[in-house]
Design a protein. Structure first.
Length: 162
């Protein structure tokens, strides 16, 4: 399990060494956990986006404790997609940022490569924190399509919180 101290250290490293991010805003704080009614709304929006585009994906929604609230594997998505979607959601939650930011930090090399040493992290685009009133209430992770497809489905779900 990733400790809060390790996460804080990695966040500081990301802020210090992210290309083009000399002035970075602090990540949002955690709030009350997402409730089932809102999770259903998030899932419906994400599923609608995947279905509209005919993308076979798995969608995971977790609360602020990292516990699974909802999980759907759409028809024809690979079995591994559910595990990866949960990992993306958990990574977005723990690092309080989209997983794409971590993927980009690793791809940039240098200090960003330290991230690959963190056990249990899934730094692949498609995980997003869910924000309500500026606070994290959970996270969504999507897997099964191309990275931009997973992100697009996740964004549709995250936008349903607003």
């Amino acid at each position: 399990m990733v400790t809060r101290r390790l996460v804080a250290g990695v966040l500081l490293a990301l802020a210090a060494y992210s290309p083009g991010n000399a002035q970075q805003t602090p990540p949002p704080a955690y709030g009350a956990p997402i409730d089932l009614a809102l999770a259903k709304r998030v899932m419906a929006a994400a599923e609608a986006e995947a279905t509209r585009n005919n993308w076979a994906v798995a969608i995971a929604i977790i609360d602020t404790a990292g516990d699974l609230v909802m999980l759907e594997r759409l028809d024809n998505s690979s079995l591994s997609s559910t595990r990866i979607a949960r990992g993306k959601a958990r990574t977005a939650l723990e690092f309080r940022r989209p997983t794409k930011a971590l993927e980009e930090a690793i791809a940039a090399g240098g200090p960003g490569l330290r991230l690959i040493a963190i056990e249990g992290m899934t730094p692949i685009e498609g995980g997003l924190p869910l924000l309500a009133d500026g606070k994290i209430i959970g996270a969504i992770g999507v897997s099964g399509g191309a990275a931009y497809q997973d992100s697009q489905v996740g964004r549709a779900g995250a936008d349903a919180v607003k």
